[in-house]
Design a protein around this ligand. Structure first.
Ligand code: USQ
Length: 394
């Protein structure tokens, strides 16, 4: 298939390009490289240095004998994607091209507005360009479990059967997102559902949980193929961050009680799920929602698991209950359905101590370059810490 991957330079986008190329698809990766600009602005960097996207594509070709075409451009820009889609005519478009950080979106007004403009306008441009030039293209869009928030009832996969005044309907599950970033994904979901309902496009909206992991089969083929793995307070997700903290001798920063429960998945399950969804496309006019995660954990339990795994490697890691910088429940009901992808054939990789030990081992060679001040100081949901606010002005 001809597959366009938007956001090809990112933590998930680059491994996805390699996996799809390995599977024999014709892959075009598009990226504006804006994540690198955000990293520069905030003074943060990935754990492992990441070569330029074009250099990575060259390295992939030399290593695998397969070609990934790459183009630098912004999906938000009027006309850019129009031209790319008219020329490439993708059968599938996988969309990662978004500002992915809840903390970045909560830093201040400028970053909040930027997050929603970037994410919502980008998705709209994609929808219009597909409609104009490739109306049968299957849009595979990365949404987030955070669209639902933490309601006191079971979370269904996208839709809820509702009985109201004696009548029933299947309606979008209520959304109560916890950040400006998660809100941007809610807006995207509505726009995509509209484009399917009214224009007849086809889309799969993948409400992904928190991803962890640093290695995929393809990233291990050569050092220059490694992915952009973050551990800082802005782009680092909780389990990835806990692993680096454990190795760097920094207490694991458990927010508040640590009873926050979320859905988690291995980066390998992200790749597997998207490949599976591509081979089972939505029908014309269909808007599908999958809850894309493998298992649920409480943050405190993850911290304890990381500490136990680090101990096997001789590290004496500790945890610290830091005041929660976010506005979120720390002890709540959480039961999210996630059987749709399993029904399509996805086999989840559950988190074991052996997997955690292997993750930690992969990070050990790079941890000496991590400074203690890169591991603490989370962005507050109610007032931005001075140093991050100052960095944001640069
Ligand atoms: N947390 C800690 N300590 C930390 C970092 C986070 O206790 O050092 C807690 C947070 O307070 C939160 C939970 O861990 O309760 C998850 O936080 P996170 O930063 O790992 O994830 P989140 O901000 O929710 O966002 C991440 C990705 C985002 C994706 C989302 C999936 O950055 O792109 O959409 O996970 S989900 O969380 O299911 O919405």
């Amino acid at each position: 298939m001809r597959i366009l991957v938007a956001g090809a330079d990112g933590y998930l986008g680059w491994p996805m390009c390699m996996r799809l190329s390995q599977e024999g698809h014709e892959v075009l990766g598009v990226d504006s490289l804006i994540k690198r600009a955000w990293e520069h602005e905030l003074g943060v960097k990935p754990l492992v240095p990441v070569p330029a996207l074009t250099d990575r594509a060259d390295r992939w070709e030399k290593t695998s004998g397969r070609h990934i075409a790459v183009e630098v451009g912004d999906v938000c820009e009027d006309g850019f994607l129009d031209e790319v889609i008219a020329r490439f005519r993708p059968e599938v478009l996988v969309d990662f091209a978004q500002q992915p950080s809840a903390p970045l979106s909560m830093m201040d007004e400028a970053h909040g507005v930027h997050t929603q403009v970037n994410n919502v306008v980008g998705t709209l441009r994609i929808l219009y360009a597909i409609r104009r030039h490739a109306p049968t293209c299957h849009l595979v869009k990365l949404g987030t479990m955070g669209e639902y928030g933490t309601p006191n009832i079971d979370i269904e996969e996208g839709f809820l059967e509702v009985e109201h005044n004696g009548r029933t309907d299947r309606l979008p599950f209520p959304k109560q997102p916890g950040s400006i970033y998660h809100l941007s994904k809610v807006h995207d979901s509505h726009n995509i559902a509209f484009a399917c309902r009214v224009w007849g496009l086809r889309a799969s909206d993948l409400n992904q949980g928190v991803v962890y992991g640093i290695q995929t089969g393809e990233t291990e083929l050569a050092p220059d193929l490694r992915t952009s793995f973050h551990y800082d307070p802005v782009f680092g997700t909780v389990l990835n961050r806990f692993c680096v903290q454990a190795l760097a001798g920094h207490p694991l920063t458990v927010h508040g009680l640590g009873g926050q429960t979320r859905g988690f998945l291995n980066i390998l399950d992200t790749l597997q799920s998207i490949s599976t969804v591509i081979s089972h496309p939505a029908a014309p006019g269909e808007y599908r929602v999958f809850n894309q995660f493998s298992e649920q954990f409480r943050v405190i339990d993850l911290a304890e698991r990381v500490i136990a795994a680090a101990a096997r490697l001789g590290y004496d890691a500790q945890l610290s209950h830091v005041p929660n910088p976010r506005v979120e429940s720390e002890d709540h009901y959480y039961n999210a359905k996630h059987s749709g992808l399993f029904r399509l054939g996805v086999h989840p990789r559950l988190l074991s101590e052996d997997i955690l030990v292997r993750m930690l081992e992969a990070m050990v060679p790079f941890v000496s370059g991590v400074a203690a001040d890169e591991l603490g100081t989370d962005v507050s949901w109610t007032s931005a810490p001075a140093e991050l606010a100052t960095a944001g002005e640069g």
